[in-house]
Design a protein around this ligand. Structure first.
Ligand SMILES: *[C@@H]1O[C@H](CO)[C@@H](O)[C@H](O)[C@H]1NC(C)=O
Ligand SMILES: *[C@@H]1O[C@H](CO)[C@@H](O)[C@H](O)[C@H]1NC(C)=O
Ligand SMILES: *[C@@H]1O[C@H](CO)[C@@H](O)[C@H](O)[C@H]1NC(C)=O
Length: 319
C-alpha cells in the first residue's frame, strides 16, 4: 500500500500543475515528432550486448570475477573480467570487462528493483543538485543540475572506475568503451559515460546505453548528454520509472530513446527529440505496469538477481 501511495505521488504532470497548482519548475519542451519503427534486428545489433552486460551486473561480485554467473555469463563468451568496485550494498557494484569478440571494454553498473528505484526517486532529500563542476570543469556556468542521489552514488566509485578504464585501454589497446546499466545502474551509467568520455583519448569511441532509465537531471543536463555524450536508452512499455522524476519538477530526458510499445508483438520504435510524447513520456497513468521495469525487454532479457546462480544468497529485491 505504501509503495502504491508513493508511486502515485511520483506520477507526473497529469496530476500536477492544473489540479494542485504545483508547478515548481517549468516543463521542458517535449518532442511530438513521429516515432519510427525498428526491427528486432535493429534492436539486437546495437542493444543486445549492452543489455546482456547490464544483466550480468546483477550477479554476485564473486561470480562475475570468475565469469561463472550462470546463464547471464554464458550468454557472453569470450569476455575477460578486469576490475570491480562497490560493495553490493550502499555502493552498488560496477565491473569492467574486456569483450574480445567486440574488441571493446565494457563498464556495467548494477541496478536495483523497481520498488527501490521508485523510493530513491521519491525521496525528498534527493532534489536536483548542481553537477560537480570540479569533476566536469567544462560545464561550469551552464546551470546543469542532476538528481543528487544519483550523483552521490556516482561519486563513490568514479575515480577508481576511471583509473581502471585508463589502465584497461592501455593494456588491451581497444578503441571502444561501452557503458551500460539498468535502472539505478542506467542513471549512474549516464554520469560515468560522460566522465569517461571527458577524460580519455578522444579517439576512443564511448557509447552509453541504459535500460529502464529514470530522468536524471534538468534540461541543461539533457542537452549536455545530447551534445557531448550521446545516450541510447530503452523504455519498456508502461514502466513507470521511465517517466520519473516528473517534468514538472524540472527533470528532462535526453534524446536517444528506444521505446518498446509491445514486447510480444516485437513492436519497437526510435523516438526523436527529448521526452517524445509518442514514447514513454506520453504513457497514460492508468496503464502503469511496474513489472515492465524488470522486463522482459527483447530476446526475453530481464534484469534482476533471479537469473544468477547464487541469486538467493544476495539481497533479494526482485519484484
Ligand atoms: C574471441 O575474440 C577473438 C578476438 O576478437 C576472436 O578472434 C575469437 O574468434 C573469439 N572467439 C569466440 C569464441 O568468439
Ligand atoms: C567533486 O569532484 C571532485 C573530484 O573532481 C571530488 O574530489 C569531490 O569530492 C567532488 N565533490 C562532491 C561534493 O562530491
Ligand atoms: C505487466 O507486465 C508483465 C511483464 O513485464 C506482464 O507479464 C503482465 O502481463 C503485465 N500486466 C498487465 C496487467 O498487463
Amino acid at each position: 500500500m505504501l509503495a502504491f501511495i508513493s508511486l502515485l505521488t511520483l506520477l507526473p504532470s497529469v496530476l500536477s500543475a492544473p489540479i494542485f497548482g504545483l508547478k515548481i519548475g517549468s516543463d521542458g519542451p517535449s518532442s511530438k515528432e513521429a516515432a519510427t519503427a525498428l526491427t528486432l534486428g535493429d534492436v539486437e545489433s546495437t542493444l543486445s550486448r549492452p543489455a546482456k552486460f547490464a544483466r550480468v551486473a546483477y550477479c554476485s561480485t564473486k561470480s562475475i570475477t570468475t565469469w561463472t554467473c550462470g546463464g547471464p555469463c554464458k550468454a557472453l563468451p569470450n569476455v575477460t573480467f578486469l576490475q570491480s568496485g562497490g560493495d553490493e550494498g550502499r555502493i552498488p557494484l560496477y565491473f569492467i570487462a574486456h569483450d574480445k569478440s567486440d574488441k571493446s571494454l565494457v563498464v556495467a553498473h548494477q541496478g536495483t528493483s523497481s520498488k527501490n528505484i521508485l523510493s530513491i526517486l521519491n525521496d525528498a532529500k534527493f532534489a536536483l543538485a548542481d553537477l560537480n563542476v570540479t569533476r566536469f570543469p567544462d560545464t561550469a556556468g551552464k546551470g546543469i543540475k542532476v538528481h543528487s542521489g544519483f550523483q552521490q552514488t556516482f561519486e563513490r566509485t568514479a575515480d577508481g572506475l576511471l583509473a581502471g578504464v585508463k589502465k584497461a585501454l592501455a593494456d588491451t589497446g581497444v578503441k571502444k568503451v561501452s557503458v551500460t546499466g539498468h535502472s539505478l545502474g542506467a542513471a549512474i551509467a549516464t554520469m560515468t559515460g560522460a566522465f569517461i568520455k571527458k577524460n580519455i583519448d578522444p579517439s576512443v569511441e564511448v557509447t552509453v546505453t541504459g535500460f529502464g532509465l529514470p530522468r536524471g537531471g534538468n534540461k541543461e543536463w539533457a542537452d549536455f548528454l545530447d551534445n557531448d555524450v550521446g545516450v541510447t536508452f530503452v523504455s519498456n512499455q508502461n514502466d513507470p520509472v521511465a517517466t520519473v522524476p516528473p517534468r514538472f519538477l524540472g527533470y528532462q530526458h535526453s534524446s536517444g530513446e528506444v521505446h518498446i510499445k509491445d514486447n510480444s508483438q516485437k513492436n519497437f520504435v526510435a523516438c526523436p527529440g527529448q521526452d517524445n510524447e509518442n514514447c514513454a513520456t506520453g504513457n497514460s497513468l492508468l496503464s502503469v505496469n511496474v513489472s515492465n521495469h524488470k522486463g522482459p525487454y527483447f530476446d526475453d532479457i530481464s534484469f534482476g538477481h533471479s537469473a544468477c546462480p547464487d541469486g538467493a544468497t544476495v539481497v533479494k529485491d526482485d519484484d
